[in-house]
Design a protein around this ligand. Structure first.
Ligand SMILES: [Mg+2]
Length: 232
């Protein structure tokens, strides 16, 4: 069990914790593809080349290793590279990226997300802690969170303990006073514990704990957090 007496704030992973991420990435990529087809058909066609996006991404990361955790930066540079290769003006990259980015915020929350966030936010400061480029304010969840910690800003990604420390710093607390909740056994649950936080593994599908370490407390639905943390 978790030691609720020590918890002063909660950090939450976003993708696959509050909403399923795969459908929203498909939606964002389709939206970008449609926009390119309409505005820059040569870029759109080149983008469809099998393996090309992956190769371009690799090239961008090689050029900018210090930005490898900044998924928005990588995406914008990828678009720019493909535009240049296709013979289009790379000045359109920002507009194309904005189309992708806006679509990427159109998530569909898991059923238990909003109620749990609202209930917890009434008692604890909540901080978003994500390796991705979802934006809780644009998604409409800004009221639930006091801060957002993103790998793109910190310059490192989970499981690096520095990103957990950055969240603790943002909360003005020690890691020991924070509970981290996330769906990834390694990047969330195990890494948070190694950074000195308590952790709950959100295991929606009832998978076995995949690591050699002792399993952390696990939940199958976020709503369980309300039972654990807000006893009547
Ligand atoms: Mg996740």
């Amino acid at each position: 069990m978790i030691d609720t007496t020590r918890i002063q704030a909660i950090t939450l992973d976003l993708d696959d914790t509050l909403w399923p991420v795969a459908p929203v990435i498909v939606h964002a990529e389709n939206t970008l593809r449609d926009w390119l087809q309409q505005h820059l058909p040569r870029t759109a066609q080149l983008w469809q080349t099998p393996d090309l996006p992956r190769e371009v991404r690799r090239a961008v990361v090689q050029r900018h290793p210090e930005r490898r955790h900044d998924l928005s930066f990588l995406r914008r540079e990828m678009i720019r590279d493909v535009m240049v290769q296709a013979g289009d003006a790379p000045g359109h990259a920002d507009a194309a990226f904005e189309v992708f980015f806006a679509a990427r915020q159109q998530v569909t929350l898991f059923e238990d997300s909003l109620g749990t966030l609202r209930a917890l936010a009434g008692r604890y400061p909540l901080l978003a802690l994500s390796n991705g480029n979802a934006n809780v304010r644009q998604i409409g969840l800004g009221d639930c969170f006091v801060a957002s910690i993103a790998a793109s800003q910190v310059g490192c990604a989970k499981p690096d303990r520095r990103i957990f420390q950055a969240a603790a710093d943002a909360a003005g607390l020690a890691p020991e006073q924070i509970l981290h909740v996330g769906d990834d056994a390694q990047l969330d649950a195990q890494a948070a514990r190694e950074a000195g936080m308590q952790a709950v593994w959100l295991n929606r599908e009832g998978k076995p704990w995949p690591l050699e370490t002792a399993p952390p407390p696990q939940i199958h639905t976020l709503a369980t957090l309300v039972q654990w943390l807000l006893p009547r």
